[in-house]
Design a protein around this ligand. Structure first.
Ligand SMILES: [Cu+2]
Length: 188
């Protein structure tokens, strides 16, 4: 009987120790989750850090604004293009080439070279007769005749004629002697 009691006590102790062990084990397990729960909070802290990174991305956007600033200088270059408008020549020279007294130069618009010139209001055009024949620089068209804007009358070989244009417009002219010879002066 005594042995049985001791054996029973031993079992009871052993069972108790086992319970304590389990309890501690459980306790330890419980303690473990706690730190795990503590760990998650840090991530949220990291999340704000991630938000700070987007803030860093905003800086690049600031850099993008810088390129925009560079585009503005480009806009300043456009005004320079506008400055080119005043660069419209205030004078031009036209040659009456050799051979223009014979039909054919009109096929390539080379009876007056260049065939069309553009100058600013108040500009002057000078024609030079580089041919051996006499020619005229007469405003108007071969079909409608002289319009009276200007007329050089006969220009001998090697001579020149010039006319100043005070009004904007497109002036057609031709040679009375050789009606296939035509040219244009644009004043703007
Ligand atoms: Cu002519």
């Amino acid at each position: 009987m005594t042995s049985a009691d001791k054996f029973g006590i031993a079992i009871s102790i052993g069972f108790t120790v086992a319970l304590i062990a389990v309890a501690m084990s459980f306790s330890a397990t419980s303690m473990t989750p706690a730190p795990v729960v503590t760990t998650p909070p840090p991530p949220p802290m990291e999340t704000p850090t991630m938000e700070e990174e987007p803030a860093m991305e905003e800086e690049p956007m600031v850099e993008e604004e810088t390129p925009t600033m560079e585009e503005e200088p480009a806009m300043e270059e456009e005004p320079m293009v506008e400055e080119e408008e005043p660069e419209v020549a205030m004078s031009a020279e036209v040659s009456i080439p050799s051979g223009s007294s014979v039909p054919g130069c009109e096929e390539t618009d080379e009876c007056y070279v260049p065939n069309t010139v553009t100058i600013g209001v108040g500009g002057t055009v000078t024609w030079t007769n580089d041919d051996t024949a006499a020619h005229t620089v007469t405003s108007g068209t071969p079909s409608d005749g002289p319009d009276g804007a200007f007329d050089s009358s006969i220009v001998m070989a090697g001579k020149t004629f010039e006319h100043t244009f005070d009004d904007a417009g497109e002036y057609d002219y031709f040679c009375i002697v050789h009606p296939w010879m035509t040219g244009t002066v644009i004043v703007e």
